[in-house]
Each structure stands twice: as structure tokens, then as C-alpha cells.
Design a protein around this ligand. Structure first.
Ligand code: VG1
Ligand code: CO
Length: 549
């Protein structure tokens, strides 16, 4: 596959790039920015000069198939060879989901992995591209590592690469590039084996074949080949089960974010039609999941709580959960389950990297975020298809519908009404001054009335990692009321156009209360109060959020 003629070269940068600071999950920029000469190379050089064990190590490499994926793989392979990496494991067509990459890193004892994805952001020439770095545990690199990479990039003067003919097709096999071994695998097999160890595939397969039709939307992104292998080839479900199952460079124009706005077609199938009993979708790189039942949507915070409460339905977790964790803006639904199970519950900042230490130290088994991310100690990333299989296993075991499972959950634990309102593409100055203003107001808010309740705590969330004692501050503004309700305000770290303001709203209703309200109505007074306090609609000029979850 590679030509045997090559030479190792050092390429001088005209000047260093100063905008290579990784955000919530990796370096994410417009595709056009990444297409600029030396841009990708600069970031990859900073990685290879910073990551421990590069010389002689094994690296996992792949992406979600978006525009730029193959070119980036070719470039990174040649840079890996120039840095003395002993082996790079990549996949057929370079297509590899984030959770599958995490698993490959772990089973191959790799020094880490590079995942080419801007996750749930749109792809193509007018979309975004991204580079995510994972460490030897399979999880996103820690803040200290990404800070080091960023600092390195700011003064970088040259990068190392092997000069040879570029390649654009990756077929399965083992190749040699300079002295680096390039192993191209199918990328699905290992992940599938892991899923088969955790779940009872026979039980799920017979359940869905017996009048429980399901539909899964890959949104033209990375999970297509995985979903087809599992749902069609193994479970024997009909072809219509997997929608948009071929990874396309621009995701066919779809915004690969599994929520009620961007996966509306799927949502309509479940919420308005009666053809399917269960529906799900994953994002661009396959780490997020949205779960729907006939006529119902499962809020991701509830989803985490329901998985935790029903862990004993799944063979892979039958020995029990060591603990659970959720990101701070995620609702406390899982906290209540943890209390009932008598296990610990941790609250971390947003972003999967914070779960890594807890998972590695066996402090937790399950974890999740309100942003459609759920996962466990089986890998060190959130895992979309895993969550779908977990749900199917619960449904098959309990022989209940999604809405029955949810109702019985709320009847036992009470309901945490929850919603997230996103205001996307706000001019950065507007978002920053709004946020700054609210942040400066916090010390004066305690004791004041808000949504007819009293503010008990108003602070900026700060986290001390219980494993390594590292402190991460400024993780979101919290307003907590005396009835347990809360509003959290955060600025996104994954957007690429202007700023995105996220407002998270939560209100608890005990099991004896009204469990059947529309969440937007149940949260109405919180919504109005935060809008008037933070002047969101007046300052942004947006009367309503872009996305409501
Ligand atoms: C968002 C979510 C966060 C998630 C992150 C990466 O970050 O809110 O919960 O971990 O995306 O998900 P932010 O900073 O935009 O709120 V993914 O699917 O991009 O790996
Ligand atoms: Co993702």
C-alpha cells in the first residue's frame, strides 16, 4: 500500500498557530481551518512531542468518516512513522467510532489514540473537523496533558513527517511505512466481541423479533456499519431497522446530533407514529445516544438513572455497581438511585475526561451526562450503541414498554423534571458579558427569592478530583433553591461559531406528586426567572432557545 520510497523531512512553520487549545473534547475547528497548510500537522506534532511513550509505542487511529478523515489519517501515519511509533492500528476506510477506539487502545495496550471527529457538529467543507486525543487508559487525555500540548503548539517551529506518496484507500492488512507497522483492521469485530460479553444477544434478538420493532438512526455517521452488523446481521432485524446507515463525508447534510431538533425525523416516527416500539440514534462519532419509546422520549439524565436502577438485568453488570457518577449539570435522578442502592455517587465537571480517574480507580461502574452521553467501565468513553443495547436488554428482560419502565421508575424514585436550553451562535462578546455579569452577581444572590423559592447556594462549580486531588474551577454557574430545584448556566466548549450558552433546569417532584406534566411547563417559573435575572433573551435578541431538550 505504501511506496517503499520515502524520506524523512522536517517542515518549517512560517509561524506557530496560537489557537490550538483543546476544548471540552479535543481540538475542534471549522473544516476550512483544518484544511489550512500545516494546521493539522502542527497539532499532531505537539501531540507526538508531548505524549509519553511515542517512540516504540502503539497508536490507535481512526475517525468518524467526515470530510478530511482520510487525508488526516494519511498525514498522521506519515508523522507517526517520522516519530518512531512502532505500530499504528487503524481501520478499513479509517472509520472508527469513539467508543470502539477506546476499546482498541485498551486491548492493544497502546500509548493512546487519535480520533478524527468533531463529534456531533456537522461535517463537510462548511462544517467542522476535530482531533481528539485519548491516553493509554482509552479515555480523553487529561487537562494537564492537553494544556501541555497547547503550550507546546504556541512556540512550535517545525514538524517531522515522512515524505512519500499519499494514500487514500485503506484495505485490511498489515503494511510497513518506513519502520512503522501499519495494521488495518475492520474496526467492528473487537467492539462487537465486547458487546457480546456484556449483553445477552439471544434474549434481545428474540425479543425484538417477537413483535417489538425497533429503529436506529445512524444519521449518516460512524455507527452505520456497527449498527448493521449488530441489528441486521446478528439480531436478524429487517433492513428498515437501520436508517441513514452509510457514513457520508458531509453526513448527507444532517447535523449528526441525536436530539429532538436534529434527529426530528426519527423522533416523529416514535412520537407521532406507531410503527416502532423503540427508537434510538447516535451522534457523529458514536458516543452519544438518544432513546425513544412509542410516544415517549427518555431524557438522558433519566436514562442514566434507569440504567443504574436496572443494572441487574444485564449479565455484564450482574455482580453489582461499585458507584456511579454524573456531570454537574446532569439531573440528580441518578443520585436518588445510588442512595437506594447504597453506592457512591460523584458529581464531576462537564466532559468525559473527568470520569476516567474514577473508572480507573474502580470507584464507579456507570456514568453519564445530560448531553446524551452514557457509559461504563467497559471502555473510557461514552458509548452510544452500548446504551442502546443496555436499554434493549432491560426491555427484553422486563417485557415492558419504554414508557412503562419510565413511569414505574418515577413512581418509585420521584421525577426530576429536567430540560436544557441552548442558545447557539451568539456573538462571543454578548455571551461573555452576559456570563460575566451573572457570575459577578452570584455572591449577592443567596437568600433572594427566585421562582417563588429562596436561593440557597449560588456559586461557580469547582471540582476536586477524589483520586488525584487536582482542582478544576469555573465549571458553570449554579443557582440552587431551597426546594432542591436548580438552574445552571454554562458556556459550551465544543462550538465553533460564536458562543453557545447552555441553561440547565431541574425540579424534583416526589413520587406522590404530579408525574405527568410537560417538562417545559413544570419548569416554567425557573425558565422565566433565569431569563429575567440573566437577561438572556434581551441580551441575545433570541426570544427562544435554538435547541430545547
Ligand atoms: C458538550 C456536552 C458535554 C460533552 C461534550 C463532548 O460540551 O455538553 O456534556 O461531554 O459536548 O461530547 P459543551 O462544552 O459544548 O457543553 V461529544 O459527543 O463532542 O464527544
Ligand atoms: Co460524540
Amino acid at each position: 500500500m505504501f511506496s517503499s520510497k520515502f524520506s524523512q523531512v522536517k517542515v518549517k512553520l512560517p509561524q506557530p498557530f496560537t489557537d490550538q487549545k483543546p476544548g471540552t473534547s479535543g481540538l475542534r475547528k471549522s473544516t476550512l481551518r483544518f484544511q489550512e497548510q500545516h494546521y493539522l500537522e502542527s497539532f499532531v506534532e505537539s501531540i507526538f512531542r508531548t505524549l509519553p511513550g511515542v517512540n516504540g509505542g502503539t497508536l490507535v487511529l481512526g475517525g468518524d468518516g467526515r470530510y478530511g478523515n482520510k487525508r488526516a489519517i494519511d498525514t498522521i501515519l506519515r508523522m507517526a512513522a517520522a516519530h518512531g511509533i512502532q505500530k499504528v492500528i487503524t481501520t478499513f476506510d479509517g472509520v472508527l467510532s469513539t467508543p470502539a477506539a477506546s476499546h482498541l487502545i485498551r486491548i492493544n495496550k497502546a500509548i493512546g489514540g487519535i480520533i478524527l471527529s468533531a463529534s456531533h457538529n456537522p461535517g463537510g467543507l462548511s462544517g467542522d473537523f476535530g482531533v481528539k486525543l485519548n491516553g493509554a487508559n482509552g479515555g480523553p487525555a487529561s487537562e494537564s496533558v492537553t494544556d501541555e500540548i497547547y503550550n507546546f503548539s504556541k512556540t512550535l517551529t517545525e514538524y517531522n513527517i515522512v515524505d512519500c506518496e499519499s494514500i487514500s484507500s485503506f484495505s485490511v492488512g498489515t503494511y510497513k511505512l518506513a519502520s512503522t507497522i501499519v495494521e488495518v483492521i475492520d474496526g467492528i469485530e473487537d467492539y462487537l466481541n465486547l458487546m457480546q460479553k456484556l449483553f445477552d444477544f439471544d434474549l434481545i434478538s428474540s425479543y425484538i423479533k417477537n413483535d417489538f420493532p425497533i429503529v436506529f438512526d445512524s444519521l449518516n455517521a460512524v455507527t452505520g456499519p456497527y449498527a448493521k452488523r449488530i441489528f441486521l446481521d446478528i439480531f436478524g432485524a429487517p433492513a428498515e431497522t437501520v436508517r441513514n446507515g452509510i457514513p457520508l463525508e458531509d453526513f448527507g447534510g444532517i447535523h449528526p446530533d441525536p436530539n429532538l431538533t436534529y434527529a426530528k425525523d426519527l423522533a416523529d416516527l416514535l412520537l407521532k407514529g406507531d410503527r416502532f416500539s423503540f427508537g434510538a440514534a447516535c451522534d457523529g462519532d458514536g458516543d452519544r445516544n438518544m432513546i425513544l419509546g412509542r410516544g415517549c422520549f427518555v431524557n438522558p439524565s433519566d436514562s442514566l438513572a434507569i440504567l443504574a436502577a436496572n443494572y441487574d438485568c444485564v449479565p455484564g453488570y450482574s455482580q453489582g455497581l461499585s458507584g456511579v457518577a454524573r456531570s454537574m449539570p446532569t439531573s440528580s435522578a441518578v443520585d436518588v438511585v445510588a442512595k437506594d442502592l447504597g453506592i457512591k455517587c460523584f458529581e464531576t465537571p462537564t466532559g468525559w475526561k473527568f470520569f476516567g480517574n474514577l473508572l480507573d480507580a474502580n470507584q464507579i461502574t456507570l456514568c453519564g451526562e445530560e448531553s446524551f452521553g452514557t457509559g461504563s467501565d467497559h471502555v473510557r468513553e461514552k458509548d452510544g450503541l452500548w446504551a442502546v443495547l443496555f436499554w434493549l436488554q432491560i426491555l427484553a428482560k422486563k417485557k415492558k414498554s419504554v414508557s412503562e419502565i419510565m413511569k414505574s421508575h418515577w413512581l418509585k424514585f420521584g421525577r426530576h423534571y429536567y430540560s436544557r436550553h441552548d442558545y447557539e451562535s451568539i456573538p462571543s462578546e454578548v455571551a461573555n458579558s452576559l456570563y460575566q455579569r451573572l457570575s459577578l452577581m452570584l455572591p449577592t444572590l443567596k437568600g433572594q427569592s427566585f421562582a417563588d423559592k429562596k436561593i440557597q447556594i449560588a456559586d461557580d462549580f469547582s471540582y476536586t478530583d477524589p483520586v488525584d486531588n487536582s482542582v478544576t474551577s469555573n465549571q458553570g454557574l449554579r443557582i440552587m433553591l431551597d426546594d432542591g430545584s436548580r438552574v445552571v448556566v454554562r458556556l459550551s466548549g465544543t462550538g465553533t461559531q460564536g458562543a453557545t450558552l447552555r441553561v440547565y433546569l431541574e425540579k424534583f417532584v416526589a413520587r406522590t406528586g404530579n408525574l405527568d406534566q410537560n417538562p417545559q411547563l413544570a419548569l416554567d417559573s425557573l425558565i422565566k426567572s433565569i431569563d429575567s435575572l440573566a437577561e438572556i433573551s434581551s441580551r441575545t435578541g433570541m426570544p427562544t432557545p435554538t435547541v430545547i431538550t
